[in-house]
Design a protein around this ligand. Structure first.
Ligand code: ZN
Length: 180
């Protein structure tokens, strides 16, 4: 079966950044990525699927820049994403330039963490490092003097919608301009 893509999709695959190496920061369009030599995870038996290494040698999708902190029962993790994620509404619906994400969760969280995690997203590694510190510092403050904060404030952190609202207003001032 022949697989055809329309011209505009082809243009996106040729020109837009699809993934960025976490370590050497080489950028790949989708076409450059799929044309890169992929290797078997287990070359001897040719199984367990294939990975695409960057020219610097790391596996583009699984070896990602990541910082993790633990405060009390909470894990705070900031990672460089293999594919940029959408953030806020912009001229073509979404700004897909968010390459970094902070999540935090309790070690007691059961089930699918996706629905409990607090998330912030950023464009750059510098913003991501500041974001990690922001969450760590604030969890520490809340845990040191819980009486100073509304009861259940940590649960508020876990509320993704609230977090997204705060992110729009406070974390990305350059994006705020694009919001009504
Ligand atoms: Zn690389």
């Amino acid at each position: 079966m022949e697989f055809k893509v329309d011209e505009s999709t082809q243009k996106i695959w040729d020109t837009e950044i699809y993934t960025i190496c976490s370590f050497c920061e080489k950028e790949y369009t989708f076409n450059q990525y799929i044309q890169s030599a992929s290797i078997w995870v287990n070359p001897k038996e040719k199984k367990y699927g294939k990975i695409t290494p960057c020219q610097c040698g790391v596996n583009l999708f699984s070896e990602r820049w990541n910082i993790v902190s633990k405060v009390d029962v909470y894990y705070i993790s900031t990672a460089h994403l293999p594919i940029a994620h959408g953030g806020v509404e912009r001229k073509d619906w979404f700004d897909y330039g968010y390459w970094y994400e902070t999540m935090f969760w309790s070690e007691h969280t059961k089930g699918n963490r996706e629905f409990h995690d607090f998330q912030m997203r950023y464009h750059t590694r510098e913003e991501a490092i500041r974001g990690q510190k922001f969450v760590v510092d604030n969890i520490n403050k809340i845990l040191e003097s819980p009486d100073k904060y509304p009861q259940g404030i940590i649960d508020v952190f876990f509320n993704g919608i609230k977090a997204a609202e705060d992110q729009r207003k406070n974390i990305d001032p350059h994006v705020k301009r694009n919001l009504r």
